[in-house]
Design a protein around this ligand. Structure first.
Ligand SMILES: Cc1ncc(COP(=O)(O)O)c(C=O)c1O
Length: 395
């Protein structure tokens, strides 16, 4: 059999960090012992609200959705996206020219970077940051430039870009994965100015758009860049409506950048199932009570985990949004080694911070994607783990 080698742009992709971790966790779960508590990922555990499921069932049954859909977003869907922006953020979006749709915002990240950054172009990425950004830079054969996020608020240190003369894209992400930080208005003001100076699109990944705690609604970058001079924002139904498996996301903002992203999307991935578009329209235009209830559930889980960790002497940041808790490794030390020990000795899987870049080293990330009883058991296991002597050397 002929052995083929991947093209250079694929060969150079970073190893799929979470894929490798998933395999390890699955192996551990197959071994005898108590159940593995897996808080390593951001895969929502709660079901999609019933009204959206019902809308999808009707849409799937409609023969009009069995044919190829049009390339452009359905007008009702584009209008629904504009409606959410108006109601939630006081932002006006032109549904005809300022909206693009994707199979999830992961695909939107690829479109935002690959459609706008040519080979060798600089793409500014937050550190720590969601690993897909670096993969997209690699596929674009572009060049990543690190933008450090500074604790404890994890806003970007934009002075790090002072020596940079140009860039194609500047990526930010708030509510932030992995740290749980919310954006401050001045962050988007400064990033917009930097983007304008660099000739870059400010690509704001707003995947956790609905998930602000303590009554705070996360800030849209388009509420700061009201003329959509430089900004495109990515959103997803995955977290807001617990629809991660459905694969639907969208971008809104600067019309010329949206046109490039649409072109990339239709050439690379073609069209999006009409029934998914109809169900997304139902989600965005229907009652938002279920989405608000999800925020309340994650907030209760956050309180349980943060208070529990503090009780056992760990020192987590209390997240302002998202559904992650970002925790310095207790007593300091290497996050990967600590994660491996936790897996082996407590059968608890967390994400090591250095998987999100050098800026994440020394931290671990816990996802609030289990019910309260499981999260209470998680705290008990961590308490017992903390009390146990370290017996095994990490390989
Ligand atoms: C920061 C961030 N952006 C984008 C995504 C991708 O989400 P989706 O492709 O489900 O829309 C995720 C998923 O976890 C994320 O955490």
């Amino acid at each position: 059999m002929v052995q083929y080698r991947p093209a250079a742009r694929v060969a150079a992709l970073p190893p799929n960090f979470f894929g490798a971790m998933d395999r390890e966790i699955a192996k551990l779960a197959a071994e005898p012992g108590p159940r593995v508590i897996n808080v390593s990922k951001g895969n929502p555990d709660l079901p999609t609200p019933e009204a959206i499921v019902t809308a999808m069932q009707a849409a799937v049954a409609s023969p009009s959705n069995h044919r190829y859909p049009a390339y452009l977003p359905r007008p009702k869907l584009a209008e629904a996206i504009a409606l959410r922006y108006r109601d939630d953020h006081g932002v006006d979006i032109d549904p005809a020219t300022e909206v693009a749709i994707f199979h999830g915002s992961h695909e939107g990240i690829m479109a935002g970077i690959v459609a706008l950054a040519g080979p060798g172009a600089a793409v500014v990425l937050p550190d720590p940051g969601y690993p897909a950004y670096a993969s997209a830079v690699q596929l674009a054969e572009a060049r990543a430039v690190t933008l450090p996020l500074v604790p404890p608020t994890y806003q970007p240190d934009l002075t790090a870009l002072d020596g940079l003369e140009g860039a194609a894209v500047l990526v930010l992400n708030y509510p932030n994965n992995p740290t749980g930080a919310l954006a401050r208005p001045e962050t988007f003001v400064g990033a917009g100015e930097a983007a304008r100076r660099l000739g870059a699109v400010l690509l704001h990944d707003f995947a956790y758009a609905s998930l602000g705690f303590d009554g705070r609604r996360p800030l849209s970058a388009l509420a700061i860049d009201r003329g959509h001079e430089v900004t495109v924002e990515l959103s997803t139904l995955s977290k807001t409506y617990s629809m991660a498996g459905w694969r639907f996301g969208y971008a809104a903002g600067n019309a010329s950048a949206i046109a490039a992203m649409r072109a990339y999307q239709v050439h690379a991935f073609s069209t999006i199932f009409g029934a998914t578009q109809d169900a997304a329209t139902a989600a965005l235009t229907g009652s938002q009570d279920a989405a608000a209830e999800l925020v309340a559930i994650y907030e209760r889980r956050r309180d349980l985990v943060v208070e529990g960790l503090r009780r056992i002497g760990w020192e987590p940041e209390s997240p302002e949004g998202s559904f992650f808790v970002w925790v310095p490794v207790p007593g300091g030390g290497d996050d990967v080694a600590f994660t491996q020990r936790l897996q082996r000795e407590a059968r608890v899987a967390v994400a090591p911070g250095s998987g999100f870049g050098a800026g994440g080293a020394g931290h671990i990330r816990l996802g609030l994607v289990h019910d309260e009883a499981t999260l209470a058991e998680l705290i008990d296991r961590l308490a017992a783990f903390g009390a146990a002597p370290t017996t095994t050397a990490v390989p």
